[in-house]
Design a protein around this ligand. Structure first.
Ligand SMILES: Nc1ncnc2c1ncn2[C@@H]1O[C@H](COP(=O)(O)OP(=O)(O)O)[C@@H](O)[C@H]1O
Ligand SMILES: [Mg+2]
Length: 256
């Protein structure tokens, strides 16, 4: 094998999976919905990809509903090894899994984690090894307060884990969800102005999202969702595919 061959070099680079996580300690903010949109979005729009959805929620909303879409490029992984007996994530096994892929694979592998409500960053050091941490939030006070607390807990985790990382910590992208109006979006953003994180595009409230996990005939609901949310999904998947091009950790809130 000639290691100077540019194609070979390219293939070796492609073999590292890209891992993203949807996490927040708060339930009902859209973690599973967004993980579904991201994973099906990449798998359907990018033929040169393989997507693995890892559901870390014991309720298994994502994995049970999405299993029906499994094919050669999209898989739902359920593995007891990813959990400790306590139900917390098994960080060692997760980190090992994130680092491995077939050598010389020509397709880029993406790992999408759907985290449960109640996720505690202090018990989830695998978060530090992801390429992007997406934190969906909604506009209600309880959601905003929980999200602010979650950001603080992530900051503490980053501080503690710094010495265990070679490079910078993963970027954090807040995803404002279930937004009603532009005014509401601006109001939501104002809550986070003092935080050095990225702020995503708004995902507006729409009834179609309520039916995301339903397996109706011909999967009409999921197809409608993927169609209606196409521009948003294109934006989200672009962030995932080009995570390494995000500007360095922002000094203050940075609107994407
Ligand atoms: N943009 C949206 N518009 C309307 N409903 C939404 C939207 N995003 C999520 N939902 C709904 O809100 C509920 C909670 O979403 P889910 O993804 O299960 O949250 P989590 O995983 O954070 O607990 C679900 O019923 C889902 O269908
Ligand atoms: Mg969920």
């Amino acid at each position: 094998m000639n290691s100077e061959n540019p194609q070979q070099v390219n293939q070796v680079v492609l073999a590292k999976p890209r891992s993203v996580v949807f996490a927040n300690s708060k339930g009902g903010v859209g973690k599973s919905t967004l993980a579904l949109m991201a994973s099906l979005g990449i798998a359907t729009q990018h033929p040169n990809s393989r997507v693995e959805l890892i559901d870390l929620d014991v309720q298994k909303t994502s994995s049970e509903s999405l299993r029906r879409f499994e094919n050669s490029r999209f898989s739902v992984l359920e593995n007891e090894d990813f959990f400790l007996n306590s139900g917390s994530p098994n960080n060692g096994n997760l980190i090992n899994h994130m680092g491995s892929d077939f050598p010389y694979s020509t397709t880029q592998k993406y790992i999408v984690f759907d985290c449960p409500a109640g996720n505690e960053p202090s018990r989830s050091t695998f978060l530090m090894h992801c390429d992007v941490i997406f934190v969906p939030t909604s506009v209600g006070d309880a959601d905003v307060f929980a999200t602010l607390k979650y950001l603080e807990e992530l900051r503490q985790l980053f501080g503690r884990q710094k010495k265990n990382l070679d490079g910078p910590p993963p970027p954090i992208v807040l995803l404002p969800n279930m937004v009603d109006s532009r005014d509401e979006f601006n109001e939501l953003r104002n809550h986070f102005t003092n935080h050095a994180v990225y702020f995503g595009k708004p995902l507006y409230y729409a009834p179609v999202f309520r039916r995301a996990f339903r397996s109706d005939e011909n999967d009409t609901s999921v197809a409608t969702l993927l169609r209606q949310a196409k521009p948003y999904i294109a934006w989200l998947t672009k962030i995932i595919r080009r995570a390494d091009e995000l500007p360095q950790t922002p000094k203050k809130l940075f609107q994407l």
